[in-house]
Design a protein around this ligand. Structure first.
Ligand SMILES: *[C@@H]1O[C@H](CO)[C@@H](O)[C@H](O)[C@H]1NC(C)=O
Ligand SMILES: *[C@@H]1O[C@H](CO)[C@@H](O)[C@H](O)[C@H]1NC(C)=O
Ligand SMILES: *[C@@H]1O[C@H](CO)[C@@H](O)[C@H](O)[C@H]1NC(C)=O
Ligand SMILES: *[C@@H]1O[C@H](CO)[C@@H](O)[C@H](O)[C@H]1NC(C)=O
Ligand SMILES: *[C@@H]1O[C@H](CO)[C@@H](O)[C@H](O)[C@H]1NC(C)=O
Ligand SMILES: *[C@@H]1O[C@H](CO)[C@@H](O)[C@H](O)[C@H]1NC(C)=O
Length: 396
């Protein structure tokens, strides 16, 4: 098939793209760099040019791009091949709402594309093949997403001092995340650092400081995190914290969380914790959802551990290898509605007789996916409950 390639080269002061090109329907490229063009508005008929794929506007005088300017040209800009990493510096004086920048090849030098986005409010880097990025002091940033399938890096290896960052930061597969990476971000509320293979000592003040408004912290699916006394100082606003499938060292030995009085949701499932201290959850008076599956309790620690968590509605302690629970283990838990004890080896369920459990509507037991809804009329003093997997059933 004959393809008509039209190259238009002008550097004699072209000021507009409104050219008489109606008949050039096979046009593929329009190169009009080094002119004085002020608007990238293309003639409307060009939207029917199916082969049009390249519009070179470098070194012109375009300072504003409006949506209606791009109707014909946007598809051509998509696929723009920028071989010079600094080329986006040309965007410095353009007021844009969104820029999507795709990188095809792994860069040999630190990427500097973010320099031109210093005023951006939302930045998303997805699967960028970026080994190194220079630190950019984003002046207006509110949300930052760094989502990689394989390992990627943080801009400038750290994100500190971004004073406007407030809504959220989500970063996956970042390596390495070092201590002090997230400091001095007074407005930050939401930080999701799940899935980063991170190893962190003396969490969490080593990772976060100067972030007094943080309410959501997700460190699940990481390597190993060790806690410290006072490790949550200055993070008093935390409401949701997720550590599941991250090995959390020392959590079972002392009460590291006692200042988290607003904490509503805590997930430490499969965190290789052995709870030895009954005060581990001291002070968590607003805790509502508690997922503690796949850990261990030493001796009869479970008898006291939950006693002051009076706001608890959802407790998942499945697969904790619990053989016995003292009848008063769930005393004071008057709001408890959902209790998951699946995958344990309980001999008795005396605790169900405890009068405080009057809200309990769902109890999951056995490893064979049996959920037995209990109506308030049979709790707290059910006459007989049939559970598979129990080696002994008592009636009350
Ligand atoms: C560039 O555009 C500005 C308006 O945005 C205009 O004032 C200026 O004269 C233009 N420069 C040239 C060389 O055309
Ligand atoms: C992009 O441009 C560079 C340099 O001009 C060239 O070597 C490369 O092949 C181009 N890539 C594509 C995908 O067109
Ligand atoms: C950012 O905004 C400031 C003023 O608001 C402006 O002077 C500066 O050129 C902008 N920088 C970029 C890279 O857009
Ligand atoms: C934390 O992140 C993991 C993995 O990205 C996700 O599955 C989980 O829902 C998040 N936890 C919360 C409480 O949002
Ligand atoms: C429960 O709260 C009481 C009263 O504040 C306190 O004396 C006790 O030590 C707490 N127990 C646990 C296990 O946190
Ligand atoms: C309880 O935890 C187990 C193990 O993590 C999980 O499979 C189950 O879906 C959880 N159940 C509820 C109701 O959260």
């Amino acid at each position: 098939m004959y393809v008509f390639v039209f190259r238009f080269l002008v550097d004699v002061g072209l000021s507009s793209l409104m050219l008489q090109m109606n008949d050039l329907t096979k046009l593929q490229e329009l190169r009009v760099g080094t002119n004085i063009i002020q608007s990238m508005s293309l003639p409307p008929f060009m939207s029917t040019f199916k082969d049009f794929s390249l519009l070179d506007l470098h070194a012109n005088n375009i300072s504003i791009i409006k949506t209606d300017h791009t109707e014909a040209g946007l598809k051509a800009l998509y696929g723009l091949n920028l071989s010079d990493a600094d080329v986006l510096d040309g965007l410095r004086s353009i007021y844009f709402q969104e820029v999507y920048y795709y990188i095809n090849e792994r860069a040999s030098e630190p990427i500097s594309i973010f320099r031109c986005m210093i005023n951006a409010t939302n930045v998303l880097v997805k699967n960028g093949m970026i080994d190194e990025m220079e630190y950019v002091f984003f002046r207006e940033i509110k949300e930052l997403y760094l989502l990689y399938d394989h390992s990627g890096t943080l801009p400038g290896k750290q994100l500190s001092h971004l004073h406007t960052l407030e809504k959220r930061v989500i970063a996956h597969n970042i390596e390495p995340i070092r201590a002090g990476t997230f400091t001095d971000m007074p407005k930050l509320q939401y930080l999701d650092l799940s899935c980063n293979r991170m190893t962190l000592k003396r969490c969490c003040t080593t990772l976060l400081s100067g972030t007094p408004q943080i309410r959501y912290l997700n460190l699940s699916r990481n390597g190993e995190i060790s806690l410290d006394v006072g490790g949550f100082d200055g993070l008093d606003s935390l409401e949701i914290r997720d550590f599941h499938h991250t090995r959390v060292v020392d959590m079972g030995y002392f009460s590291a969380l006692s200042n988290l009085k607003y904490l509503r949701h805590l997930d430490v499932s499969y965190s290789t914790i052995t709870f030895t201290n009954i005060y581990c959850f001291y002070g968590l008076r607003n805790l509502n959802v508690f997922k503690i599956a796949g850990n261990n309790f030493q001796g009869d620690v479970a008898r006291y551990l939950f006693n002051n968590l009076t706001f608890l509605e959802h407790l998942n302690m499945s697969y904790c290898r619990v053989v016995e629970l003292h009848p008063s283990s769930f005393r004071n838990l008057q709001r408890l509605r959902l209790l998951n004890l699946r995958g344990n080896n309980l001999m008795t369920i005396d605790f169900l007789a405890y009068p405080d459990l009057k809200q309990l509507t769902s109890l999951s037991q056995t490893s064979r996916s049996l959920i037995c809804p209990l109506t308030p009329s049979i709790a707290p003093a059910p006459r007989q409950i049939l559970f598979g997997g129990l080696s002994k059933i008592r009636t009350f």
